[in-house]
Design a protein around this ligand. Structure first.
Ligand code: ADP
Ligand code: VHF
Length: 359
């Protein structure tokens, strides 16, 4: 099955690219590039989401403790990203292949127009057989404007490109059912929508230079699988991991995909940050929307419209207890929605084609 994938997003964590002493691991990067080249030669399009700018920078300059953490990260990423991308460039050039640098911030995905701009940028690169090497632009992304980590960015890119698979390479074989270092723990081989209790196995411990840890990997992987894309977490420090994974020969955690969803739903799923309005639903409407059936939100199910929005905006739909149940595109603005609260006979505020249930 995996051998049939045509478009693959590969996320490489900082720890995969860094030696225990913090210096970039040139031979590992070279080995990963070799494997990506093999996949390219099999006719697959590959997009790389590569962390490692800060870790690379750390190997090049020492900075005193007195600088604040944000400024230090900017300095390290600014120096390190150029080093990192140069490493990729020279390695791909040895195989007569072109890679490119795509640096993004959360802001670049803030609305549909910006989202489509990035999508068309990646599409033209792929059309020209270029391997995009994407990273967050850490020099300008600070604090609340940042992605949680590159796992979030990778999930967004895989969804945006409707990838056939997302492969997350970290420094562990997958998600363990306990402490990964304990001999009594083993890798959970398959995670489905109804797999319970996985998060209880995950500690907030991170590897040396990682940012989000396994918690964000799990959340993101479940979301992407729910949108219809298979996700794999595997060990990027193992030899031949990418090619073996595609051939089905390596230990990993596999997230079973659900039914594939439309491009617009995938965009909505990743747009919570750009939602404007909040609409509160009664129990019946909330249940109907999360039932998994094709149900639209009619005004009769609305209890309250608590902030302004325009037609076409992404809005948050919450239940009676203010718990977020989903995101949707508003078919009309908040003024009309307020006038129609609790009334029959009006068109839906959110059509089911443009609703994404968060649970
Ligand atoms: N149950 C678990 N299974 C696997 N890894 C876990 C688990 N709980 C916590 N972790 C930690 O998550 C780390 C990987 O996340 P992270 O440090 O963000 O890596 P990356 O740099 O690849 O993004 C592992 O090195 C491990 O220490
Ligand atoms: N953008 C940062 C990486 C942030 C990040 O998410 O790191 P990781 O958890 O190792 O994937 C960098 O290039 O250093």
């Amino acid at each position: 099955m995996a051998a049939a994938y045509k478009r693959i997003v590969v996320k490489i964590g900082s720890n995969v690219l860094t030696q225990p002493n913090g210096l970039p691991d040139q031979s590992r990067i070279a080995h990963l590039v070799d494997q990506i080249v093999t996949l390219k030669k099999q006719g697959k399009a590959v997009v790389v989401i590569s962390s490692g700018a800060v870790a690379s920078g750390r190997s090049m300059i020492s900075i005193s403790e007195k600088h604040d953490a944000v400024a230090a990260r900017q300095l390290l990423a600014s120096i390190g990203q150029i080093k990192l991308i140069n490493t990729y460039l020279s390695l791909f050039e040895k195989h007569q292949m072109l890679c490119s640098q795509v640096l993004v911030t959360k802001e670049d995905f803030r609305d549909r127009k910006h989202y489509l701009n990035i999508k068309s940028c990646l599409s033209i690169l792929l059309k020209h057989q270029v391997i995009p090497v994407v990273n967050e632009n850490d020099v300008v992304s600070v604090t609340e404007l940042m992605f949680t980590d590159n796992d979030e960015l990778a999930g967004l890119v895989a969804s945006m490109l409707d990838a056939d698979a997302l492969i997350i390479l970290s420094n562990v074989d997958g998600i363990y059912n306990g402490d990964p270092k304990s001999p009594s723990s083993s890798v959970i081989r398959e995670i489905k929508r109804d797999s319970d209790g996985i998060s209880s196995f995950i500690s907030t411990a991170k590897s040396g230079s990682g940012r989000g840890g396994m918690v964000t990997k799990l959340g993101m992987a479940q979301k992407v699988a729910k949108l219809g894309i298979p996700v794999y977490i595997a060990n990027g420090t193992r030899d031949h991991v990418l090619t073996d994974l595609i051939d089905g020969n390596v230990v990993n955690t596999y997230f079973v995909p659900e039914k594939n969803t439309s491009g617009k739903k995938k965009w909505i799923a990743h747009s919570e940050g750009s939602a404007t309005g909040v609409v509160k639903l009664n129990e019946g409407a909330a249940q109907a929307l999360i039932s998994g059936q094709a149900r639209s939100l009619l005004p009769i199910g609305i209890l309250d419209v608590s902030s302004e929005f325009k037609k076409g905006d992404i809005i948050r739909l919450v239940d009676e207890n203010e718990v977020l149940i989903g995101l949707g595109i508003a078919e009309y603005g908040s003024d009309k929605a307020k006038e129609r609260i609790g009334q029959k006979g009006h068109k839906p505020l959110v059509h089911y084609n443009y609703f994404y249930a968060v649970g």
